[in-house]
Design a protein around this ligand. Structure first.
Ligand code: GLN
Length: 320
């Protein structure tokens, strides 16, 4: 353990309580996502944050052990999982990598661009990616993804169980996602719309907590290699594809604002999680289900902005 990592650890620990206090304050102005009805039953006051550093330590504050469904944050891992499997037909042939500027479940550009999603982490792109996770049924694809998550976590990985109530709730109401998948099958981007969308609903319903999620992001912050186990989860190039896509597309149509205020590649989800990965330094996961108008966690965005400023984490700050 060198002095600089000890100093960083002390600085992180010193700042987390204030980050949580600000996150709780910000959450008061937010609203739960309830277009998936089961998500409307979350406790809007829960706020947690965890920071994992490359030496494998995890620092946390607030309700960092509160479980939540991973939702769109999973898109980062399904993309990584498919890229690790060597799916060269994915990028850039089937899915582009440009920010969409649209809502996460938009269909508009998909029509203009003949079924080729703008990027792999809007819903359309993510459904296309999940349809290419190895397996011949949705259940098998999720087992492949769980295996990837387990390697990404490292020793002592949780089981990543499925929240059945959230899964069934999304199956009952996810007509828009089905429309995206059907439209993509029409254009040949997706081979089997029903299979892809079911696997996607399952993937979004896997349970994590902020501490586990922060650990899951460590390989992304470390060029594709797990800093503790040494496992190579992604090649340096594919890791760059994933992390750069987080930076340019990870917070939907609020990504520009987030780049300025936080300046760290990140991915958000409608259950209120955000995963932010700072290359060469750390992975941060936040949870707070009260969302702002663009569908991003208000507590999470506030806490990340606070930590970014206090610890000088922004990629766009020369003082790093
Ligand atoms: N399962 C959600 C959906 O497809 C995920 C969206 C999100 O987290 N932004 O609507």
């Amino acid at each position: 353990m060198n002095l600089s990592s000890e100093t960083l650890a002390a600085d992180i620990e010193a700042e987390l309580p204030e980050a949580i206090a600000r996150g709780r304050e910000a959450a008061r102005d937010g609203a739960l996502a309830d277009y998936i009805p089961e998500l409307g039953n979350a406790d809007a006051e829960v706020v947690g944050i965890a920071v994992a550093t490359l030496d494998g330590r995890v620092f946390s504050a607030g309700e960092a052990a509160a479980p939540f469904t991973i939702q769109s944050v999973s898109k980062v891992f399904s993309l990584a999982c498919v890229l690790r499997g060597g799916d060269d037909g994915l990028y850039p042939e089937r899915v582009s990598v440009e920010p969409s500027g649209d809502e996460f479940h938009s269909i508009t550009r998909l029509e203009e661009e003949r079924g080729r999603p703008r990027n792999p982490i809007i819903n359309a792109g993510a459904i296309a990616v999940t349809g290419r996770v190895a397996g011949s049924t949705p259940e098998q694809r999720i087992e492949t993804l769980r295996g990837f998550l387990s390697d990404a976590y490292g020793e002592g990985a949780p089981d990543f169980p499925l929240d059945d109530a959230v899964y069934r709730s999304e199956c009952r109401t996810g007509f828009r996602n089905r429309a995206l998948a059907n439209f993509m099958q029409h254009h040949g981007t997706v081979d089997d719309a029903g299979d892809a969308v079911d696997a996607y609903f399952r993937q979004c319903s896997l349970l994590v907590d902020a501490r586990a999620l922060a650990r899951l992001g460590l390989f992304l912050a470390n060029g594709g290699v797990h800093p503790c186990t040494g496992a190579e989860l992604l090649s340096p190039f594919h890791n760059r594809v994933v992390v750069a896509t987080m930076m340019t597309c990870g917070l939907y149509d609020e990504v520009g604002h987030f780049a300025i205020s936080v300046g760290i590649p990140a991915k958000s989800g409608v259950s209120g999680g955000i995963l932010a990965v700072l290359p060469g330094r750390m992975s941060i996961a936040s949870y707070g289900p009260a969302l702002g108008p663009k569908g991003n966690s208000l507590a999470g965005m506030t806490m990340l902005e606070y930590l970014s400023q206090r610890l000088r984490l922004s990629l766009f700050e020369p003082e790093r």
